[in-house]
Write a protein that binds this ligand. Structure first.
Ligand code: ATP
Ligand code: MG
Length: 183
């Protein structure tokens, strides 16, 4: 499975429709500071269902909608379309190509679509998690995260490794049960 394309419309600094095409190999996005490279990565996290405004480097969720510049008026909605190659069938739906789309209006609230059909956020989350692509994992390593790992102490580093190995959840569940037994 690989990303075929990502199209941004009214998302952050991308006022007009901008399509980024990706190859199955390594892809590199280059550009001057402030040109929108991280906004493209934000769009990828956002279309996959990211819920935290802070994780998207904003104050509130609506901050992803193009806010306007001296030459362009602000827009009323942001829309991102992700097209994935599913020729290996890793995503549990029988189509060679899968599109996931998220729309948000300035008034708030998100709409999701899977291959053009309206779906719930949980449908997108389940689809991706079943294919091993989960938000909380390490599919996206953000700016600053590498420093965080390098400067972590032993305990923090163990936390990072446990999360990567997928045992973090089980430890959380175990301590929840322990607390229940104690009370
Ligand atoms: P660097 O190389 O410094 O990491 P970058 O290419 O990653 O830069 P981004 O952080 O993606 O740059 O883009 C920042 C730009 O996006 C800023 O100029 C900011 O004003 C603009 N921007 C962010 N959100 C919005 C929005 N909602 N509407 C319009 N512009 C926005
Ligand atoms: Mg950046």
């Amino acid at each position: 499975m690989h990303i075929k394309s990502l199209t941004l419309r009214g998302f952050k600094s991308f006022a007009s429709a901008t399509e980024c095409s990706f190859s199955p190999a390594i892809n590199v996005i280059v550009g001057p500071n402030g040109s929108g490279k991280s906004n493209i990565v934000d769009a990828l996290a956002w279309v996959m269902g990211q819920q935290g405004a802070k994780s998207l480097r904003g104050e509130k969720m609506q901050d992803v909608v193009f806010a306007g510049t001296s030459t362009h008026a602000a827009l009323g909605r942001a829309k991102v379309t992700l097209t994935l190659d599913n020729s290996e069938g890793l995503l549990g739906i029988p189509s060679e190509e899968v599109t996931i789309e998220r729309t948000m209006f300035r008034s708030g609230g998100s709409e999701y679509a899977l291959n053009g059909q309206a779906v719930r956020l949980s449908d997108i989350q389940d689809l991706l998690a079943d294919a091993g692509v989960a938000q909380e994992d390490h599919a996206l390593v953000r700016q600053g995260r590498v420093d965080e790992i390098l400067t972590a102490n032993a305990e923090q580093r163990r936390d990072i490794l446990e999360e990567a190995f997928g045992i973090h959840r089980f430890r959380q569940r175990a301590s929840k049960s322990e607390r229940k037994l104690e009370s």
